[in-house]
Design a binder for this molecule. Sequence first.
Ligand code: FAD
Length: 239
Amino acid sequence: MNGSKIFTTHSKYAELMLVYVRFGPGVDGIGSVLVDTKGPGVRFGKPSRFMSDEEWVQTYFENAFVPADMVVLKEGGFKKQIAGFNVERIGNTARSLALGRYAYDTARAYASTREQFGRPLCEFQGLQWKFADMAIKLEGAQLLLYRAAANADKGMPSAYETAVAKAACNQTGFEVAHEAVQIMGAAGYSKSSLVEYCMRRCRGWMIAGGSIEMLKNRIAEHVFDRRFDQRGRQQAAAE
Ligand SMILES: Cc1cc2nc3c(=O)[nH]c(=O)nc-3n(C[C@H](O)[C@H](O)[C@H](O)COP(=O)(O)OP(=O)(O)OC[C@H]3O[C@@H](n4cnc5c(N)ncnc54)[C@H](O)[C@@H]3O)c2cc1C
């Protein structure tokens, strides 16, 4: 196996990696293997950190040998593997919602007690409307997450419902945490509260595990009931 993977959270601590590999051309040529990171031909690059402070290092595979019993899915396995990935997406979705909810609760407590101009902040309509907007976003996103999770009780989550829930919760988590920072002023921006961390962490989930743009591509396929190949026509033809 040859190639490399740039961004993987905490990759240098992994003993075993699930790697999507190409056995042949096109989507049907993709499968997956397990890789022992201590095996020959596997090495890590220079460590770096995301905005969330989590570590990542690039992983290089240089003539890495994969024994037959480490092949998870041969060519044609990609669609099956990616269906399972919707479970991981639901987890990412729930975490975004939870951190948004935590930031909201923290800001609500702050606005109930912090006084300016002789009144608690929550008595200013400018801040009340921020909380109303945050509540609308959180309630809506939560229902979409519950729908995707509840409908998966007899199998894998639906790709469409997962995409809608993840886009809504990722956006909501970040926007609510961002607004909570503003409502709490310097106390929100300070590392003395977890609200700024919620904002940074939620920002990453708008990119990781299927970026919001890729989720919207999936949603558009449902809207038009057809597949839109993201590859240029020439590349698709070459494959
Ligand atoms: C916090 C964090 C943790 C991560 N952890 C892991 C991990 O543990 N394991 C792992 O495998 N990966 C991980 N990743 C990598 C993640 O999967 C990729 O960052 C993600 O798939 C986007 O790929 P990219 O960064 O190469 O962006 P690019 O593919 O270069 O995209 C750049 C921008 O263009 C947009 N874009 C690209 N193609 C299209 C298109 N067809 N239509 C519309 N917009 C498009 C993207 O949405 C994005 O906004 C992590 C990333 C982050 C941020």
